[in-house]
Design a protein around this ligand. Structure first.
Ligand SMILES: *[C@@H]1O[C@H](CO)[C@@H](O)[C@H](O)[C@H]1NC(C)=O
Ligand SMILES: *[C@@H]1O[C@H](CO)[C@@H](O)[C@H](O)[C@H]1NC(C)=O
Ligand SMILES: *[C@@H]1O[C@H](CO)[C@@H](O)[C@H](O)[C@H]1NC(C)=O
Length: 337
């Protein structure tokens, strides 16, 4: 389903949107696929599903591919010592119960498969708060036994302004030539994860204008899906494992969305930029620093120049950083042996 370039061709995209769209139930506070649609993440545990967003040969949508390749070159084995944990990114952690059960077994299985070696978790973007929520719900004894560290790439710790555009006007997924924002907007509006990643009131002041239109200015305000999800990691409870928090800065990132009479709200706004990695605002990326004094495990933090939100997954400096941690460790294990 995601992100298949063949599916986003004109006309076919309507079908894509209809398949991806969720329906919200105000009674149970949960979402479900539309009738007749069943979506599964395939081959849980294998890296296949997270290496490329689009499996077709047409596409250049590489995701964790470069990091996986570089570790495989150092002797890691796909689906044995390097694994993938795909989840339904349309949902927020309050609806990811089944995923978390599978993730926990995957970590335990990977530990056992590799001579009882503790597992390093690597997250990207929303994968980081999804992982934080998981760690916050495990015992310290379990984390001490199974988790070596948590490497966070471009983590969204306090939400992101861009979600507001998804809700208001839709977002063309960076493919503005092929995808009309209005066509994908119904799907984007239906995702609890968009509500979850709205700017946090602990990172934005209540009087900061986030969206401006001729008749009204908007600051933070809540509604159903937002209320269901806003407290899941709001307090940023420390993960209780060693953290390596890596991200970029210095790139124009949506800071405030400004609409005029004509654009409000079916057309794209003009954007007053903020600092960030192109997608995530800098204050949100820096959220991991809050743990430095709140947990005994170390929190390393490094900013990489030009580490744009997606590009960070294919940057030699980032890959070298991860490789250095993971490979020096393997050597260390052997020497203890
Ligand atoms: C991945 O590894 C698991 C656990 O060893 C195994 O059950 C599964 O069949 C493997 N998947 C693939 C596609 O090789
Ligand atoms: C696990 O340890 C045993 C004994 O020390 C060794 O023979 C084996 O190669 C190790 N396996 C892995 C996957 O490191
Ligand atoms: C919205 O805020 C801007 C900037 O502070 C201000 O110039 C404008 O008058 C405000 N608009 C409304 C409708 O209050």
């Amino acid at each position: 389903m995601w992100l298949n370039l063949e599916e986003i061709a004109p006309y076919v995209i309507d079908c894509f949107v209809d398949n991806m769209r969720l329906e919200y139930d105000r009674v149970t506070h949960t979402t479900h696929n539309v009738a007749g649609v069943d979506i599964k993440t395939s081959q849980f545990g294998h890296t296949k599903t997270v290496e490329y967003l689009d499996p077709s040969e047409l596409s250049q949508t590489s995701y964790f591919g470069p990091i996986v390749d570089s570790l495989v070159a150092e002797g890691y084995v796909r689906n044995v010592s390097i694994r993938g944990a795909p989840y339904d990114f349309r949902k927020a952690p309050n609806e990811l119960g089944e995923f978390y059960v599978k993730l926990k077994s995957l970590i335990e299985e990977t530990y056992t498969l590799n001579n009882n070696s503790r597992v390093t978790l690597v997250g990207h973007s929303m994968g980081n708060p999804v992982t934080l929520y998981f760690l916050n719900h495990q015992t310290q004894a379990w984390k001490d036994k199974y988790i070596q560290r948590f490497i966070t790439l471009a983590g969204v710790w306090g939400g992101v302004i861009k979600t507001l555009r998804l809700f208001a006007s839709g977002d063309s997924l960076g493919l503005s030539l092929v995808v009309s924002p209005l066509k994908v907007r119904p799907e984007q509006r239906s995702m609890p994860s968009t509500a979850w990643l709205m700017p946090s009131d602990l990172f934005w002041n209540p009087d900061e204008i986030l969206i401006q239109q001729p008749k009204r200015n908007y600051t933070l305000h809540g509604y159903y899906m937002r209320q269901d999800t806003e407290n899941l990691i709001r307090d940023l409870t420390p993960p209780g494992v060693e953290v390596h928090c890596l991200h970029g800065n210095g790139l124009p990132t949506p800071g405030r969305l400004v609409y005029d009479v004509k654009s409000w709200f079916d057309y794209q706004p003009s954007v007053i930029p903020d600092d960030g990695d192109g997608t995530v605002n800098i204050r949100s990326l820096l959220g991991c620093l809050q743990w430095q004094k709140k947990q005994k495990q170390k929190v390393y933090h490094e900013i990489f120049k030009d580490a744009e939100h997606m590009k960070i997954l294919d940057m030699p400096e980032i890959i070298a950083y991860i490789k250095h941690l993971q490979v020096s460790e393997a050597h260390c294990l052997y020497s203890i042996d």
